[in-house]
Design a protein around this ligand. Structure first.
Ligand code: RP5
Length: 167
């Protein structure tokens, strides 16, 4: 059995390159809003394969509970991590200069049966962060209550927009 450090992060945000950070930082912002601890790392599937496999294999024992993985182009990082960890992996297709992120999306979403990656929309790393919060909230009533408040606020904002249109 392994020991988890008391201040170990709960969510791992990983990406194929530091050039993905402008997209991936919205996941970190969402986690910050809910007070969830996280780490952010570059772990390239293609340029750092050994480190990437180590990261996935050690993630659960280090105390991580969800991995958010973003990559662009031939975006194999989320799927490869999912193949070596039992943790839920949320995949973020990062759009690059060509193909509008369709290459990233298809690389991440088309996983073989048995190895799931929860794929969000192209560039939608905020939703990846919120999905990580929901995953943690399933076993945390206080966090679930804060997610309910967040959703109620979304509802209020949508209603207010509708009212402005009707005026
Ligand atoms: C992918 O290649 C990375 O996830 C990134 O989206 C893309 C380009 O990386 P850089 O050439 O900017 O480092 O593996």
């Amino acid at each position: 059995m392994s020991e988890t450090a008391p201040n170990a992060p709960t969510v791992g945000i990983v990406m194929g390159s530091d050039s993905d950070w402008p997209v991936m930082q919205d996941a970190a912002t969402a986690l910050d809003e809910f007070g969830i601890s996280y780490e952010a790392e570059v772990v390239s599937a293609h340029r750092m394969p050994a480190e990437m496999l180590d990261y996935g294999r050690q993630a659960a024992d280090r105390g991580l509970r969800v991995i958010i993985a973003g990559a662009g182009g031939a975006a194999h990082l989320p799927g490869m991590l999912a193949s070596v960890t039992t943790l839920p992996v949320v995949g973020v297709p990062v759009p690059l200069k060509h193909l509008d992120g369709m290459d990233s999306l298809l690389s991440i979403v088309q996983m073989p049966a048995g190895v799931p990656v929860a794929t969000v929309a192209v560039g939608a790393s905020r939703n990846a962060g919120l999905l990580a919060v929901r995953t943690l909230a399933a076993q945390d009533p206080e966090l679930r209550s804060r997610m309910a408040d967040f959703q109620a606020e979304l509802n209020n904002q949508a209603q207010a927009k509708g009212e402005r249109l009707r005026r």
